[in-house]
Design a protein around this ligand. Structure first.
Ligand code: HEM
Length: 298
């Protein structure tokens, strides 16, 4: 599989990145803006995803794409903050934040007046890919062919193969609360031991890795996670990001985390809360450019 947006599977996550979320302002100007976006992306380290409202504005539909559901769980809420377009801009050589700012502004300019930036999150890689709680994130990600099989659409109409679906949630941690817990209580929340990342055999059923164990779903629910930490003043957390050939694997995981399967809520909610939620379709590439045939053949 060669025609997919490279940033989806590139490891490790970039040292610095930006998540940019855009609202649709002018349907009439949208086709021209998407043409400019298609050209621009060819030279960029970035992943672009389209929300269902934008796809509808183009008179099209993408099988499996839907808005992020506002999921009320057992005492926990997963808000939906769906936007029309999302761009995950990766830092290039030099890992320069100033460079990311300049590239963001160039993107804003080329999408105007069709689309307007409404939300932006700056993220970074912590150590070799750790969450700010200190736990390594991404250990159980599939690799190589298994990553391709989990993250990318493998069959379908022209303009869909090589595409992917992204699920994004910004989580805000209560790190003071977390660091007030004993080492054992922290490990029980995650289901892994902080000191050596070994999975705990006797972790409680609420442990995060028990809730989300990918082989434990029927069908198995594999995703490729590309989450990165964020800090904004005195607030901090994880920008959770997962890619799948459909949105279903993420959604069954989130439902179980939220207690909707068996009433048991993931321990993570004791120390972190989701603030946002969005679903985006990441079109494949054709000759290095975004392949938007699925929007135009409708
Ligand atoms: C505060 C937010 C979150 C944090 C800090 C977090 C952290 C972690 C950590 C430390 C692990 C263990 C190492 C690894 O395999 O990566 C893990 C595993 C995992 N997480 Fe999360 N996670 C968060 C949210 C989510 C969400 C929202 C989902 C999906 C709905 C999810 C899905 C998974 C999956 C599928 C695994 C691997 C499970 C397995 O098969 O062993 N995580 N996460």
């Amino acid at each position: 599989m060669s025609h997919y947006q490279r940033g989806i599977l590139a490891t490790p996550v970039p040292a610095q990145a930006r998540h940019l979320f855009f609202a649709l302002e002018s349907v009439a100007d949208l086709p021209a803006a998407l043409d400019r976006l298609t050209q621009w992306l060819a030279g960029q380290a970035a992943v672009v995803g389209l929300g269902e409202s934008l796809v509808k504005a183009m008179g099209a539909s993408i099988n499996g794409l839907r808005p992020f559901p506002a999921l009320a769980g057992v005492g926990v809420d997963n808000p939906s903050t769906q936007h029309a377009l999302w761009c995950w801009l990766h830092s290039g050589e030099g890992d320069d934040r100033g460079d990311l700012l300049n590239r963001s502004q160039a993107l804003q300019a080329l999408l105007a007046p069709a689309l307007r930036l409404v939300m932006m999150n700056e993220t970074f890689r912590h150590k070799t890919g750790h969450d700010l709680t200190g736990y390594e994130d991404g250990t159980e990600n599939p690799h190589d062919d298994a990553a391709i099989a989990a993250a990318l659409v493998s069959h379908g109409a022209d303009g869909t193969v090589g595409g992917s679906f992204a699920a994004i949630q910004q989580w805000q941690h209560d790190l003071q609360r977390f660091h007030g817990l004993s080492a054992g209580a922290k490990d029980d929340i995650m289901g892994r031991r902080l000191s050596d990342n070994v999975e705990l055999e006797d972790a409680p059923i609420s442990a995060h890795v028990k809730r989300t164990a990918q082989e434990s779903f029927a069908p198995e629910a594999f995703v490729v996670r590309r989450s990165m930490p964020w800090i904004d003043g005195d607030r901090a957390g994880l920008m959770f990001l997962a890619f799948g050939f459909s949105l279903d694997a993420f959604e069954v995981q989130l439902r179980r985390m939220s207690g909707l399967e068996d009433g048991i809520v993931d321990g993570l909610y004791q120390i972190s809360q989701p603030l946002t939620g969005g679903y985006y379709w990441c079109p494949p590439l054709q000759d290095g450019h975004l392949d938007l045939r699925a929007l135009r053949s409708a």
